[in-house]
Structure formats: C-alpha cells, structure tokens
Design a protein around this ligand. Sequence first.
Ligand code: ZN
Length: 76
Amino acid sequence: MDKQSTCPECEGSRVYSHGGISAGGGYAPNYLPGLGTFWSAAKFTVRVCADCGLTRFYASPEARAKVRESKDWRRS
Ligand SMILES: [Zn+2]
C-alpha cells in the first residue's frame, strides 16, 4: 500500500492516497458495519487517480482482521 502504484483503470501513475478516513456511522451511513470498535467506526484508506478520477476504498488492517469472524459479513 505504501509503494507507488498505477491506476487499474487508465494505467496512470499519479495515484494519491489518504488513510484514516472514517467509514461512517452515527448520522452517516456506515460502510463497514461491525468492523470498528464500540467507540469509533472502521477506517478506510482511499486512493484517488489524478488522471481519471477512479477512487478506491481499502479497509484498514484492523477492519480486515475482523471481517472473517463478523456475523455482519458473508463471503461472496
Ligand atoms: Zn486512472
């Protein structure tokens, strides 16, 4: 995740990332239900391609550690 990557849509190299973005909850939709803690929602790292605008959301390592055991999620 830390190394530079190319965009899977346009193969551009200007991809920017921002970590620690809340997955919501409270008055906003919660996009990662059951994967946060009692006190805070799970977090995303968001990556945006500066060339085509493709935006990708990656669940944090803490959220990914919970998803396999969560009853809110099923494998598809
Ligand atoms: Zn792109």
